[in-house]
Design a protein around this ligand. Structure first.
Ligand code: C2E
Ligand code: MG
Ligand code: MG
Length: 493
């Protein structure tokens, strides 16, 4: 017979003992004596316990790890199934911009910060709640025995509030925020993985809401994520499958109505879902890096198209092409060489290429972007500042960067002839003049808007009122219909 048990020592520690015993019998089978030994196995027990502890805890913070968290979560799910009055929630926490700390102060400081964070959060929780580190800067919190649906959000807000004070690492005060996703248990869940996955999705939405936010999971979120993942998958194949095409929107001289340029606007015809607007897929292309091959395709296709139109009508040789470029493209060191390679290959005159960039690109003030703008402007390529007025419109950079045109955002034009927008546009045009830049108004839809812009001496314009973006073969038709040498004119009907 063997038995393991523990004693409590006077000093409060436990001592583990292994007792072995054997009974000795006489010839009649009657127990006469027992033989045995007692061994102190405390050391072995402690190392066994440590192994188990290590397997279930995060080394850095000492918190439960993912395995233990899942175990506890599974147990709680089982209990709730037996007793539906028992409510619980899972919070998924991800630190915002934690990578910056690692990058700028080193991994040791990052580790220190994680430890401080873990203990601060631990301090504001109840004992029954389980805070776990899932890995990196991701934490999960299991909140048991909820008395109301509101509680998890209150706890999340309490966590946010506790982060208002800085953490001191290497004598520096660091401020942390977290994005928090919340799942409140419902019967549809049967495994801990499902709950964690949805909490993660809610956290992802919180990040997208601008960080330092709390979001409660709902099933629409899962659909949005699935839609996004599917789009991402399809976008990877779209270039190879020729699913992109370009529409061209005329930009005209507001004084003479003559055609000055076409803006190339990318279109994605999805085989199942039909036309997907650029506002939906360009951000995904930017986040995944797919904007690089896609953007190159746009350049190539638009420049080649212009050369083809040159041959259809002499006047077309005076018309420029505007290509939209995202920051991800511009701040790559090889951007200038990509552009010049395409201009060479298509033999389009660089003076006919306008590149549209947004002010966010310039506000980043990336040295490659500045160099690209400088070197490409020297070749005769012009840069237009898109959507001006929509963002922060910090004016300091307008002088620093070689920009030749400001595109007045269509949100201003839409409200014309309102007095406030009238004054704003007037201001922008005066500013441009002072900086020796031209102005183009986006989104002109009515005669009234056109008239006001003309009156304010805006140089050029585009918009549905003048012409919607048109596919290349329709532009072909328009060009063929023109009498020789007559310039194209577009104006609001
Ligand atoms: P954007 O560069 O400001 O392009 C102008 C947008 O305004 C286009 O939307 C155009 O169709 C729309 N628009 C033009 N006139 C009017 C009007 O009178 N009323 C209204 N309501 N809208 C008008 P679209 O084609 O949906 O493009 C949206 C954005 O997607 C573009 O804004 C641009 O930022 C981006 N984009 C389009 N093509 C490309 C591309 O090839 N590369 C990159 N990086 N971005 C692109
Ligand atoms: Mg544009
Ligand atoms: Mg624009």
């Amino acid at each position: 017979m063997e038995l393991e048990y523990r004693f409590r020592h006077k000093n409060g520690d436990y001592i583990w003992v292994l007792s072995r015993g054997r009974a000795l019998h006489d010839e009649n089978g009657i127990v006469t004596r027992s033989l045995g030994s007692h061994t102190d196995i405390s050391a072995r027990k402690r190392s066994e316990e440590k192994l188990v502890f290590d397997a279930l805890h995060d080394k850095l913070t000492g918190l439960p790890n993912r395995t233990l968290f899942n175990e506890r979560l599974s147990r709680v799910i089982k209990r709730t199934r037996k007793d539906p009055s028992f409510l619980f929630a899972v919070l998924f926490l991800d630190l915002d911009n934690f990578k910056n700390v690692n990058d700028s102060m080193g991994h040791e400081s990052g580790d220190e910060l994680l430890k401080l964070f873990a203990s601060r959060i631990q301090n504001i929780l109840f004992d029954v709640d389980t805070l776990a580190r899932l890995g990196g800067d991701e934490f999960a919190l299991l909140v048991e025995s909820l008395d109301s649906q509101q509680r998890p959000v209150e706890i999340a807000q309490r966590i946010r509030a506790s982060l208002k004070n800085p953490f001191t690492v290497l004598d520096r005060d660091l401020y942390l925020t977290a994005s928090i996703g919340v799942v409140i248990y419902s019967e549809e869940y049967s495994t801990s993985e499902e709950i964690l996955r949805d909490a993660d999705i809610a956290m992802y939405h919180a990040k997208n809401m601008g960080r330092d936010t709390v979001e409660i999971f709902n099933s629409a979120m899962r659909e949005r994520i699935m839609r996004r993942l599917n789009l991402e998958r399809d976008l990877r194949q779209a270039v190879a499958r020729n699913e992109f095409y370009i529409e061209y929107q005329p930009i005209v001289d507001l004084k003479t109505s003559k055609l000055l340029a076409f803006e190339a606007l990318l279109r994605w015809h999805h085989p199942q879902r039909g036309l997907i607007p650029p506002e939906e897929f360009i951000p995904i292309a930017e986040q995944t890096g797919l904007i690089i091959p896609i953007g190159e395709w746009v350049f190539q296709a638009a420049c080649a198209q212009m050369k083809r139109w040159d041959r259809l009508h002499d006047y077309m040789q005076k018309v420029s092409i505007n290509v939209n470029v995202s920051g991800k493209q511009l701040n790559r060191p090889d951007f200038p060489s990509t552009v010049t390679r395409i201009l060479d290959a298509t033999s389009l005159d660089p003076a006919r290429l306008n590149i549209e960039i947004t002010e966010t690109v310039i506000l980043e003030d990336n040295p490659y972007t500045f160099d690209a703008l400088t070197s490409l402007s020297k070749l005769g390529i012009r840069f237009h500042l898109d959507d001006f007025g929509k963002g922060q419109s910090y004016l300091g950079y307008l002088q620093k960067y070689p920009l030749s045109q400001i595109k007045i955002d269509r949100s201003f034009v839409a409200n014309l002839p309102n007095a406030k927008e009238h004054d704003l546009i007037h201001g922008i045009i005066q500013l441009a003049k002072a900086l020796d830049m031209e102005t183009v108004a986006e989104g002109i839809e009515s005669k009234d808007q056109e008239a006001v812009l003309k009156y304010l001496q805006c140089d050029s314009g585009q918009g549905f009122g003048i012409s919607v973006p048109i596919p290349a073969d329709e532009v072909d038709k328009l060009i063929r219909e023109q009498s020789t040498m007559a310039p194209f004119r577009f104006s609001v009907k």
